[in-house]
Design a protein around this ligand. Structure first.
Ligand SMILES: Nc1ncnc2c1ncn2[C@@H]1O[C@H](COP(=O)(O)OP(=O)(O)O)[C@@H](O)[C@H]1O
Ligand SMILES: O=C(CO)[C@@H](O)[C@H](O)COP(=O)(O)O
Length: 508
């Protein structure tokens, strides 16, 4: 009964699961929080990973570990392997202007968007690593000059687990490489010309390893309790010039994956499935046999973690819309759900357009959220709670339409992520999507997908081991098209954000 571990280093927290490699049975798990913010010292992820591993009872008995993580975040390393500046995360919108510039420089408009969709699978938006590199080159030239390598959150954590053994040992996988903007899902190769276009020069990037290939070995002692070297300056554990990714005797490290690709692996998504994930981001994605290239920019043409493809739509505003609305109403998430279900479908015309962090799909990086249709009758906590759930789901339903327009089929819609723990979300989703949704039991499907990849690595074979996901429940209801119609009317009418006040609001 070999054991394997999977890690999900996501936006809000780090989760670790330890599972039986053959059956997939859960043996133990742990988690630890991440700091808030869209700019984070990678050292905080390392600290959280160590704490989550500790809470999961350690990794002394596992045969392999894979790390999945939030996509796109820019982790820049200098020649000595130290982090150059805090990572800019996928939901940091400061590089929106850089995205527009990259499209303009490629011919602008439809020509520029088509260039990027064909070359990198996706049209640049502020989320992608390439645009963050452009921002760094323009706004922090001294930091840009120090960059010797750029990698992603999961690449960096895998490298730290290997003992930070030199920049040559950086590894990534297809799914996360496909979110950089300088890797082609169609050819499976880096486009260093696009990296140079974005950053002004070519820097080192992680080697892309196949879905069931090793990325190194867990370095002895790297997770033992004791002083943590943090993220700033891990330094080299191996002599400079020794490119071996860590010790050759510890548990194997898997290639890892972007968190959405890992979720697809964790829920066992197959062609015909559309997964809707409601975490910090809202994502709608499908497993596909061919790469997507959407010049409109709504669908990102990512690769998956099995050798196939993962066309995906992402919104910046999902579970935190519920957090924010619960905060406004002074209730917890369970009560928010009860309130939402107490109001009628359509919330008597009250609509929330939930662009609380700007928005990525549609591309409205400077937008703020809005509430429309206020009347005396609809001015109740229940109506606002309902409008929040419906608005968040309407944005995802628009994503589903975009995915279907790119040729995906939705024989089954699978709902996952922290937001799927809400009974209101599960029950309102079929009304908004116009189709039933399947909800697997609450779980950490990104970490599970990473663990399944680790099991594939040690068991071998042409496909990952069969780990049955049992106990899924179907939620069905009569579609209520009026909810989306009213949302479509309200959606274009939002204000731009104003700069946040530096002082906290006075307590009431
Ligand atoms: N019972 C619940 N009802 C509604 N939302 C929930 C519930 N439990 C957790 N969440 C939401 O889950 C979110 C975290 O989801 P998760 O998928 O772990 O995010 P991420 O992977 O982006 O860190 C939180 O913002 C929280 O609002
Ligand atoms: O940017 C994307 C996908 O393109 C996001 O899905 C991030 O990968 C963050 O994921 P979560 O932390 O919300 O799971």
């Amino acid at each position: 009964m070999p054991l394997v571990a999977g890690v999900d280093s996501s936006t809000q927290s780090c989760k670790v699961v330890v599972r039986d490699a053959e059956t997939g049975a859960l043996v133990r798990e742990g988690r630890a929080p991440h700091p808030d913010g869209t700019e984070v010292d990678p050292g905080a992820w390392w600290t959280a990973l160590r704490a989550a591993v500790d809470a999961a009872g350690g990794l002394a008995d596992v045969a392999a570990v894979s790390v999945a993580g939030q996509q796109h975040g820019m982790v820049c390393l200098d020649d000595a392997g130290a982090v150059v500046r805090p990572a800019l995360l996928w939901n940091d919108t400061r590089s929106a202007g850089a995205a527009a510039d990259l499209i303009e420089e490629a011919g602008g408009g439809e020509t520029g968007r088509r260039f990027w969709a064909d070359a990198a699978g996706s049209v640049p938006v502020a989320s992608f690593t390439a645009t963050k590199l452009r921002w760094l080159a323009r706004h922090e030239p001294a930091n840009a000059d120090r960059v010797a390598a750029v990698c992603l959150p999961h690449d960096w954590l895998t490298w730290r687990l290997a003992g930070a053994p030199g920049l040559d040992a950086l590894r990534t996988d297809r799914s996360d490489a496909s979110g950089t903007g300088y890797w082609s899902p169609r050819t499976g190769q880096y486009r260093t010309d696009l990296l140079e276009r974005a950053f002004g020069r070519v820097v080192r990037v992680p080697t892309v390893v196949g879905p069931a290939e090793p990325a190194g070995h867990l370095a002895p002692g790297v997770l033992l309790p004791g002083p943590d070297s943090g993220g700033g300056s891990p330094g080299y554990r191996n002599p400079p010039g020794d490119p071996s990714p860590g010790s050759r005797t510890g548990p194997l490290l898997g290639a890892g994956a972007g968190d959405n690709a890992a979720a697809a692996l964790g829920v066992g998504a197959r062609p015909g499935d559309v997964v809707v994930s409601i975490g910090t981001s809202g994502t709608v994605f499908a497993v596909a046999g061919a790469p997507a290239a959407d010049p409109a920019g709504a669908v990102a043409g990512f690769a998956d973690a099995t050798g196939r493809f993962l066309p995906l739509v992402c919104t910046l505003n999902a579970a935190r819309v519920l957090d924010a609305t619960a905060r406004m109403l002074g209730v917890d998430l369970d009560r928010l759900g009860e309130l939402a279900l107490a109001a009628p479908p359509g919330a008597d015309g009250l609509v929330m357009v939930p662009y609380l962090e700007g928005e990525r799909t549609p591309d409205r990086p400077t937008a703020s959220g809005s509430v429309h249709g206020l009347t005396l009758h609809a001015s109740t906590p229940a109506h606002l709670a309902r409008a929040a759930v419906e608005g968040m789901l309407c944005a995802l339903a628009d994503g589903l339409d975009a995915l279907l327009a790119q040729g995906a089929t939705a024989e089954r819609i699978i709902l996952v992520g922290g937001g799927a723990r809400s009974a209101a979300v599960r029950r309102i989703a079929p009304q908004v999507f116009g189709r039933p949704v399947v909800v697997p039991p609450p779980g950490e499907y990104v970490a599970d997908g990473a663990a399944r990849q680790a099991a594939w690595l040690i068991l071998g074979g042409a496909a990952p081991p069969d780990w049955a996901v049992t106990g899924a429940e179907e939620y069905a209801d009569t579609p209520v098209p009026a909810i989306r119609a009213r949302y479509a009317e309200a959606q274009p009418h939002v204000l731009d954000r104003v700069a946040a006040s530096s002082s906290p609001p006075a307590s009431v």
